[in-house]
Design a protein around this ligand. Structure first.
Ligand code: FES
Ligand SMILES: [Fe+2]
Length: 373
């Protein structure tokens, strides 16, 4: 097919988003709490991840580099206190995370690998080794810091002074009746965070992508969705039937299982699917980190209040990984990676059938996450 036989709409969909769309995406997502790292991965002996990182530690100190919204950050625990700094030295812009944690006046600080300048948790430069002893370091010598906190086993960063929404609640995570497992992916997903959330919210793909597991192709009809907004959350509920599986509370049998879904998207980047089955409740929780406009890091957590024997965890983990492996290549094939606004008519969402996705995307547009210029 040559270019002139491709419809303008389809052709447009293959193009890279404009720089302004990308920057607007970063601005809007920057006003929200974003998960950047598992707390367990910021540890004294370090855990090598996909991204370049160096970890240097003593006592309650550790640091790790991450990328959020195309910005390099160093996440550090200094004397037990969490901090997030721009991973760029004020001197000649070397990566601070390649350095080490040192002690200045008895307090932990991050030391740049290049000339040894050291920064306190508030970003202030507290040591310039080359400076004469009687010279003070000007207060202007500092690197930007960002709000950072820990919740739900993750470290979250917000680049704005006032996050538009709080960090989501996940009650079952704290309840002893639920057994928790996670899925740690070693690679990023080549898509935007909103597309990743949409793909998890979408239910009409079940019979196609997960045939025999979450649906069957002889029953492709969409369930009756109820879609509402509640504060910072888009709520979607429906009842459907699925084949027997670990995630439907039945491991065998020819009869489909009736499942009620209560889904919630904590705008714009976290989603929870709560399945109530005759056996119990199975929860899929996904927090997405927008590494940049077309790369997303996925933090998956699962909770179940049946079959809670820890020795069965491996079977559930392998089930989740299998379902995920069915979704990933399809999600990564969707272009443009940033969602196009409705008016472009690049997408053809179906009223009713795709109502949860339509409502999510509409809210994204209101938040300024999706624009087109
Ligand atoms: S670049 Fe960091 S101390 Fe020189
Ligand atoms: Fe799926």
């Amino acid at each position: 097919m040559t270019d002139d036989t491709v419809s303008p709409v389809v052709f447009r969909s293959l193009q890279r988003p404009s720089d302004e769309s990308i920057q607007q995406f970063y601005r809007a997502m920057g006003t929200c709490w974003q998960p950047v790292l598992r707390s367990a991965d910021l540890v004294a002996d370090g855990v090598a991840g996909e991204e370049t990182c160096e970890t240097a530690n003593f006592g309650a100190n550790a640091m790790r580099s991450v990328t959020l919204l195309d910005k390099p950050l160093v996440i550090a625990r200094l004397d037990g206190k969490l901090t997030a700094l721009l991973d760029v030295c004020r001197h000649f812009q070397a990566r601070l995370s390649l350095g080490e944690i040192t002690s200045v006046n008895g307090q932990a600080a991050i030391q740049c690998p290049y000339h040894g300048w050291a920064y306190a948790p508030d970003g202030q430069c507290v040591r310039i080794p080359q400076l004469a002893a009687d010279r003070r370091i000007p207060e202007t010598v500092s690197v930007p810091t960002f709000q950072v906190t820990e919740a739900l086993g993750l470290i979250w960063v917000c680049m704005a002074d006032e996050p538009v929404f709080d960090i989501p609640l996940f009650d079952e995570f704290h309840q002893s009746t639920f057994r928790i497992t996670t899925l740690d992916e070693q690679t990023l997903t080549h898509t935007s965070s909103p597309r990743m959330i949409m793909a998890t919210l979408d239910d009409t793909h079940f019979p196609w992508v997960h045939e025999g597991i979450l649906g069957t192709r002889d029953q492709p009809q969409a369930p009756d969705h109820t879609v509402t907004r509640d504060g910072s959350t888009l709520k979607v509920s429906y009842t459907t039937e699925q084949p027997a599986s670990l995630a439907s509370g039945a491991t065998a049998g020819d009869h489909p299982v009736t499942i009620h879904y209560d889904n919630s998207v904590h705008m714009p980047n976290v989603i929870k699917l709560k399945k109530t089955t005759p056996t119990g409740r199975y929860i899929i929780w996904l927090a997405t980190c927008p590494v940049d406009y077309c790369h997303t890091r996925c933090f998956w957590t699962f909770a179940r209040d049946y079959d809670t024997d820890p020795s069965h965890d491996a079977a559930y983990e392998s089930f989740s990984a299998h379902v995920r492996s069915q979704d990933k290549p399809i999600i990564e094939s969707q272009q443009p990676w940033l969602l196009p606004p409705f008016w472009t008519k690049i997408e053809l969402p179906q009223a009713g059938i795709d109502e949860p996705l339509i409502q999510y995307q509409r809210w994204l547009q209101e938040l300024g996450v999706v624009i087109d210029v």
